[in-house]
Design a protein around this ligand. Structure first.
Ligand code: SF4
Length: 234
């Protein structure tokens, strides 16, 4: 298991361009949100992940670490799937609490800007975690391919509990609440295939997603530097 926290994801976001052509007021609100997040130390970014060997030969239902995941998309066209990389990322609870407070204070524009900044930061944490997973797999002479998130096409939402257990999410304070929602809300999980000579996947979980056209994650992926694998998290 690998755990990381205490890295400055806010500084990274400050330096990154916003997707699209944001208006001057959107830029101003984003700057205000960044300043607020920094002044009040609202971000406690962290991630944990595990590369979990398969308990049984790969099949449509993948067995790893005593859990079962129906994830046939991860079965490679060639090579050998030997493990699952399961990760979870979070920003901690303070940002979403501050967003709620801003709404209560009728500062909806800043609340929305802070919430949007949170999504952006979670995306950045997710990329960082995925890069570490890739480096870890490479060090072991293995390859990594594909990316699934519970609730997106390719992995049912009810797989979320198993993914969090495999990623040992409790070590960074992420737990599952009712409706398969994670707490803190600004958290995300992922599952990728690990193995020998895995080919790059020809699919993305976003391919058939009905919200792709207006998805902020897709917009950010287009403006971000290439990740080691496919698109990132919602
Ligand atoms: S388009 Fe957006 S919401 Fe749909 S699967 Fe991709 S990241 Fe998730």
């Amino acid at each position: 298991m690998r755990v990381a926290r205490g890295f400055d994801v806010l500084g990274q976001a400050e330096a990154a361009p916003q997707p699209g052509r944001p208006s001057a007021s959107r830029e101003r609100l984003r700057r205000e949100a960044i300043e607020l997040a920094r002044a009040e130390a609202l971000i406690d970014a962290a991630y944990s992940y595990c590369l979990v060997p398969l308990d049984a030969p790969p099949a449509e239902i993948l067995c790893a670490g005593g859990e079962k995941l129906f994830a046939p998309w991860l079965l490679p066209a060639s090579g050998q799937l030997t493990a699952l990389a399961c990760g979870v990322c979070t920003l901690g609870p303070l940002l979403e609490q501050r967003v709620s407070l801003l709404f209560a204070e009728r500062k909806a524009s800043l609340a929305l800007a802070l919430d949007g900044l949170g999504n952006e930061l979670l995306f950045a944490v997710s990329r960082r975690a995925q890069d570490r997973m890739q480096a870890d797999a490479t060090r072991r002479g293995l390859s990594m391919a594909g990316e699934l998130r519970a609730g997106d096409p390719g992995l049912a939402l009810d797989a979320q509990g198993a993914v969090l257990r495999l990623a040992q999410a409790e070590t960074i304070g992420v737990a599952l609440k009712s409706g398969h929602l994670m707490h803190p809300f600004k958290s995300t999980s992922m599952v990728l295939g690990i193995g020998i000579d895995l080919p790059a996947v020809q699919w993305s979980r976003c391919d058939t997603c009905p919200t792709r056209g207006k998805c902020a994650v897709v917009a950010r992926t287009k403006t971000a530097a290439p990740a080691s694998t496919a698109a990132q998290s919602a």
